[in-house]
Design a protein around this ligand. Sequence first.
Ligand SMILES: Nc1ncnc2c1ncn2[C@@H]1O[C@H](COP(=O)(O)OP(=O)(O)OP(=O)(O)O)[C@@H](O)[C@H]1O
Ligand SMILES: [Mg+2]
Length: 221
Amino acid sequence: MQQGYFITGTDTGVGKTWCSVALMHYFIKQGKSVAGMKPVASGARRINGRLINDDALLLQQNASKNFSYDIVNPYTFAMPVSPHIAAEKVGESIDFSRIIDNLCILQKSCEIVIIEGVGGWLVPLGPKFGIADLAKQLGFPVIVVVAIRLGCINHAGLTFSALRAAGVLCAGWIANCTEQDMLSKEENIQTITRFSDVPLLGILPFSQKPDFGALACHLKI
Ligand SMILES: Nc1ncnc2c1ncn2[C@@H]1O[C@H](COP(=O)(O)OP(=O)(O)OP(=O)(O)O)[C@@H](O)[C@H]1O
Ligand SMILES: [Mg+2]
């Protein structure tokens, strides 16, 4: 059966990419063929004439098969701003059917596709639609990455509420320890668990450098 997960987070910079790649390694270790996708990316460098986003590159490089960059990341914008602004600045609009076409290509040769969103759940992608609409359209269960830092209990609760209101299936959340010296880390994680019915899929420890194989060992889906 073809499967996938849509990875969102409580904010930008919470560890969606690190968790997405760790999830890819988790499934690869289980013997599955896995692809990563970043449908929309804002913030990119021009390399040999084409725009390249670092998240998309990492997802491309960690897949179990070779896919061209354009398949992994159909929409790349140079400006590191909200994608609806970045798209408008260059006169482009984001078309979900192009994203779905690319997803179908990945699904044809991989059993699992890990799709990284942009920023948090309510980020706009156009004048009247956003990440939540894209995730709903793609139809995969959603995983929420929560950066364990001051404010995370509130941010996690707000994101879970928004997912519930949108009627999407939430497969779980990942506690990502982005701060080495976070006070009361465990209590924060316990509080988020206690106040929600969303399963905790793993606690990723603070790591100076990403060792995605090692991080994958902290996950259980
Ligand atoms: N477990 C961790 N331990 C230590 N640092 C981390 C961890 N996870 C993430 N970070 C730090 O946070 C940064 C942002 O992580 P990441 O790029 O995965 O976030 P993101 O949610 O994908 O961001 P964006 O919204 O830009 O896509 C990383 O470059 C790294 O410096
Ligand atoms: Mg990212």
